[in-house]
Ligand binder design. Structure first.
Ligand code: URA
Length: 249
């Protein structure tokens, strides 16, 4: 493990398979409580900020109310957006403060598009666009066939110039990976070639499947849980993110 500023990075030769239970179960938090970012693979990053971990724990609790769950999702989205946008290019603009002129840093472009996977992705999206209010937004509607767990598309609407934008696909849960894989595939078909995927919780199975399908798409998550259950839900997880956001169960 190496420390690079506030990042903790596994050197390539030591990087550990993300389906290694020793890395991802509670022992990990004892080792890494002070880290912010853990790169477990060249393109799998766990955003391990203590505030995010604390809020995620509150969200996981089965007695969290719909209202609490929703507002925690928004707060975590702010914190995640802060981390995944750290490398956005900066330019300088001439401005006048009340005391002097200066060349002040600003975001270089507005070529950003969030794509929410319906419906739970909306919860994460809303917090993110509060930080980046000029970002464009696309929506991909996918549901999981309960028997096959295959992602079935029922809605697709993204900006026409998606190919010119950095695309950040958001979905709180990366479970089997089928929805994320299908959504990114559709975006690539429309010409998107700079895509990132961000979720709150990922299952090792989903990470493996997603990385195999889209090795060029960096993946960010706040936590990697233990495994999927027989119905494709993440364990220990937080339940059905859509139902918990919207109080539908
Ligand atoms: N979708 C959810 O909302 N929760 C899971 O655990 C898996 C997929």
């Amino acid at each position: 493990m190496q420390k690079c500023g506030d990042r903790v990075v596994f050197p390539f030769k030591q990087r550990t398979a993300y389906n290694d239970p020793l890395l991802f179960i509670p022992a990990r938090s004892a080792t890494f409580t002070s880290s912010e970012l853990i790169t477990v693979d060249n393109d799998v990053t766990v955003i391990d900020h203590p505030l995010i971990q604390h809020k995620l724990t509150l969200m996981r609790r089965k007695d969290a109310s719909t209202q609490d769950f929703r507002s925690l999702m928004r707060e975590v989205a702010h914190l995640l957006a802060y981390e995944i946008t750290r490398d956005l290019p900066i330019t300088h603009a001439r401005i006048e403060t009340p005391l002097a002129g200066m060349d002040a840093p600003m975001l270089a472009g507005k070529k950003l598009c969030f794509v929410a996977i319906l419906r739970a992705g909306i919860g994460l999206l809303e917090g993110m666009i509060e930080l980046l209010p000029s970002a464009r937004v696309g929506h991909v509607g996918l549901y999981r066939d309960p028997d096959t767990l295959v992602a079935v598309e029922y809605y697709y609407k993204v900006p026409n110039d998606i190919a010119d934008r950095l695309v950040i696909v958001v979905d709180p849960m990366l479970a089997t990976g089928n929805s994320a894989i299908a959504a990114v595939q559709r975006l690539k078909e429309r010409g998107a070639d700079r895509v990132r995927f961000i979720c709150l919780l990922a299952a090792p199975e989903g990470i493996t499947a997603f990385r195999a399908a889209h090795p060029d798409v960096p993946l960010f998550t706040a936590a990697i849980d233990e495994r999927l259950n027989d119905h494709g839900y993440i364990l220990p997880g937080l339940g059905d993110a859509g139902d918990r956001l919207y109080g539908t169960k």
